[in-house]
Design a protein around this ligand. Structure first.
Ligand SMILES: O=c1ccn([C@@H]2O[C@H](COP(=O)(O)OP(=O)(O)O[C@H]3O[C@H](CO)[C@@H](O)[C@H](O)[C@H]3O)[C@@H](O)[C@H]2O)c(=O)[nH]1
Ligand SMILES: [Mn+2]
Length: 747
């Protein structure tokens, strides 16, 4: 551990230890040499294409195919260059959490406000939401310094009931966790994988706690199923009077309820428990509510009246805290005496608890989590990913770093000094959660999360970085948060469409990192952000390639140089070295070989469906043809699709247009591969197969066919409910045949 030679204030002789350490990843020198060789390959490919275009060499001339292929390869090459910014300098951080309590003691630790967002009790089951809230409440942190806020954009009494019911359970759960020093503080996770509780299991306390938990979940689920809170329950808490027959998700007054930590008879006595607040901001049909960004901004304001914690942790309702000490770890970054005051936010990775063995849907992002986000850190910042992120209240609210003075953490308003009653506090906060509050203010522009972008998280992080702040990405050994990844292909494609659209929207807006971040961010950080912001755009060259490859094979038009021409070398090298590296990188990040293969397939599916439409959304939004929307990811899965997911079998089952596209491209490449192999066999006598003029592209077609194996099975072999319907088969055969038929007119 490094020490700074500075003496502590007050003449303390003890040296001040740094609260966190930063290390560079190894092997970066070797990587840089390697990436230079790939870059040389890419340059040669570009040179070959340009020469072919200008001289007509290689027999191709200036056809549309050549122009298209050249354009695609320029895009791929440029994108590859951008991705290097995430790999040249990789920084890992190591907080020393044991020093924190020792150095600051309980009194001098900052208040921490945790925001949990939920939006719909049907898509986001309240039984799941309460688990997130309960885990947040039971963090290893002084409870008088901790406040948990639930924002309910569903404005639903079912969710209110659930949180109220959970608050009763928390009276048992929070002390239980602290007493037995439990690491897994989500009761659902703790009781469903009892390995951690093994020692306690035979004891009375363990089983009675389990029973209390199950009773709570049963009661919540039964109320949710009925869709209405029984009158007998309603009468027990005045909060329910906020709901009447006319209350709907889109139309209701602001609702704020202090469930724990209030000072009236209704609220539970907060002794030993953190403050717990329920908020449903006002919704009116004619007022835009700005989705999650709007909810977060209302939370920032409401919480500033109640607890005003200088540190804010933002969680999605399915992102369950999974480690008791995460707050302490995050605080090490903010409270480090020499570097802490620069830091606006500390982002943890998004991990998921429901990843299958070989990660069929490629939900786990090992390379992004282990390398890329740490690579962004190497350029001076990281991305805000919307959940699992600790913020400094001031920077999130819009403050510039230059205006900031080092925090005195212990000077926040202690809750006990606020003499207002619960009712008075609630009345004071309601206007802050109203529709009209933001009118004529800077909220959503200069203050709080940025509006008008479906990826409010990434753009807000970017804006904060441009205001001079630094940010940290920290990936601890024990996963800090565990969320729910989509288990249904339909849902997944919609989620990625929103991401693709949301991220590319930033690139094509005034927030484009190269302009907005010019002179404010390092070039590496600008490039790094653009890797994500151009995900959706990259669907276009990919789609182009996937169509042109089989069609030119069918038509006998060579796309690549053939042996003995030396120009084939850069193509082979760039392709092989890049894929070999991607494979090794994936495996070194803890991914399985088969999962890498699955990731290639998902990239193919996403780049030909979700990202294409996401990009179209971006264009139409820029042309003012559509407005921002936010399709909430469905977290309530049916048992049927879940069974498929767990067996790692694709569940298609519907005739979605997106599936037709996937099937059409799979068929087209199958035609190309079969036709190409037939030619190879027939023409084997005149030239050996490896020097055949279509050799390389036939190999590529075959690889694409191998990736698409589950699609053919779903089209032709499987007969179960999850297979592709006959309608999709007919449409895709028709479309693929049409493409083949039209091919001679195009190329
Ligand atoms: O009007 C809305 C819509 C959504 N949400 C909440 O936003 C969160 C994220 O929504 P989800 O449907 O789960 O989206 P994901 O794609 O899983 O979320 C990722 O991507 C989003 C941006 O597209 C970020 O906001 C999220 O933090 C990030 O985890 C959830 O807690 C929702 O309850 C709201 O509070 N209000
Ligand atoms: Mn989510």
């Amino acid at each position: 551990m490094r020490r700074v030679g500075k003496k502590r204030e007050g003449g303390d002789e003890e040296e001040a230890c740094l609260l966190f350490e930063t290390k560079q990843a190894k092997w970066r020198g070797a990587y840089k040499v390697f990436s230079c060789t790939i870059f040389a390959g890419i340059c040669m490919i570009w040179w070959y294409r340009i020469r072919k275009m200008t001289s007509g060499a290689g027999g191709g001339g200036r056809s549309w195919v050549d122009i298209g292929v050249m354009w695609s390869e320029i895009c791929f090459g440029m994108f590859w260059i951008l991705t290097q910014s995430l790999r040249w300098t990789i920084l890992h951080h190591f907080p020393y959490k044991h020093i924190l309590f020792h150095r600051y003691g309980e009194e001098r630790l900052p208040g921490v406000d945790i925001f949990v967002c939920t939006a719909d009790p049907m898509l986001e089951p309240p039984s799941m939401v309460v688990n997130t809230v309960l885990s947040a409440m039971s963090y290893n942190y002084p409870s008088q310094k901790l406040s948990v806020y639930l924002s309910d954009d569903g404005g639903s009494e079912l969710t209110f009931y659930a949180i109220l019911r959970a608050s009763l359970f928390s009276e048992h759960w929070v002390p239980f966790c602290k007493r037995f020093n439990i690491q897994t503080r989500s009761p659902e996770a703790y009781f469903s994988h009892p390995s951690e509780g093994a020692m306690l299991q035979n004891g009375q306390q363990w089983s009675s706690m389990k029973k209390l938990y199950e009773d709570m979940i049963r009661e919540i689920e039964s109320v949710v199923e009925k869709g209405k809170v029984p009158d007998s329950v309603r009468n027990q808490h005045s909060g329910f009077s906020e709901w009447n027959d006319k209350t709907t998700k889109q139309n209701h007054q602001p609702i704020v309820q202090i469930i724990i930590g209030g000072r009236d008879t209704n609220a539970i006595d907060g002794d030993g428990l953190p403050t717990l607040v329920y908020m449903a901001r006002e919704k009116r049909p004619n007022f835009p509510h700005h989705f999650k960004a709007g909810a977060m901004n209302a939370l920032i304001r409401v919480s500033s009246e109640i607890s005003n914690g200088p540190i804010i942790l933002n969680l999605d309702c399915d992102m369950c805290p999974n480690s008791a000490d995460t707050i302490q770890e995050a605080l090490c970054f903010f409270m480090d005496e020499t570097r802490g005051h620069h830091i606006a936010y500390v982002q943890f990775p998004q991990n998921f608890k429901n990843i299958t063995k070989n990660d069929l849907f490629s939900n786990s992002f090992p390379v992004i989590n282990e390398i890329e986000l740490a690579g962004l850190c190497g350029n001076g910042g990281t991305m805000y990913c919307g959940t699992g992120c600790f913020h400094r209240r001031e920077s999130l609210s819009g403050m510039y770093f230059k205006d900031y003075h080092k925090a005195k953490w212990d000077n926040t308003r202690p809750k006990t000094q606020d003499k207002r009653t619960s009712a008075e506090l609630i009345e004071a906060t309601k206007p802050l959660a109203s529709c009209t509050y933001e009118k004529g203010t800077q909220w959503g522009k200069e203050m709080g999360l940025v509006y008008g972008m479906p990826a409010e998280d990434a753009v807000t992080g970017l804006v904060i970085s441009c205001r001079g702040w630094k940010s940290i990405y920290y990936n601890p050994e024990r996963k800090a948060f565990l969320g729910l990844a989509p288990t249904n292909l339909d849902v997944l494609l919609v989620q990625h469409k929103r991401w693709g659209h949301g991220l590319s929207q930033i690139f094509f807006s005034k927030y484009c990192p190269f302009f907005y971040g010019y002179n404010k961010l390092s070039l590496g950080l600008q490039m790094g952000y653009c890797v994500y912001f151009l995900w959706a755009f990259m669907s276009l060259p990919t789609l182009h390639y996937l169509v042109v490859l089989p069609i030119s094979t069918l038509r006998g038009i060579p796309l690549f140089p053939q042996l003995p021409s030396p120009w084939i070398v850069p193509f082979l090298y760039a392709f092989l070295a890049n894929n070999a590296y991607s494979f090794l990188e994936y495996v070194s990040c803890g991914g399985k070989c088969k999962a890498w293969w699955n990731q290639q397939r998902m990239t193919l599916f996403l780049r030909t469906t979700s990202y294409v439409f996401g990009f179209i959304d971006t264009i139409s939004m820029n042309l003012n043809l559509s407005q921002t929307k936010f399709d909430v990811t469905d977290k309530a899965v049916s048992q049927e699709t879940l069974d498929y997911y767990e067996r790692e079998v694709f569940y298609f089952g519907s005739s979605s247009f997106l599936f037709t596209i996937i099937a059409t491209l799979a068929l087209l490449n199958l035609f190309g591969a079969v036709w190409g192999i037939k030619r190879l066999i027939l023409e084997a006598s005149s030239s050996s197969w490896w020097s055949h003029h279509l050799g390389l592209q036939i190999v590529l077609c075959v690889l694409i066919v191998l990736l698409n194996k589950p699609v053919y099975e779903a089209l032709f072999i499987r007969t179960d409910k999850g297979s592709l319907p006959l309608q999709v088969l007919l449409k895709s055969v028709a479309l693929a045949s049409l493409a083949c038929f039209l091919a001679p007119f195009i190329c």
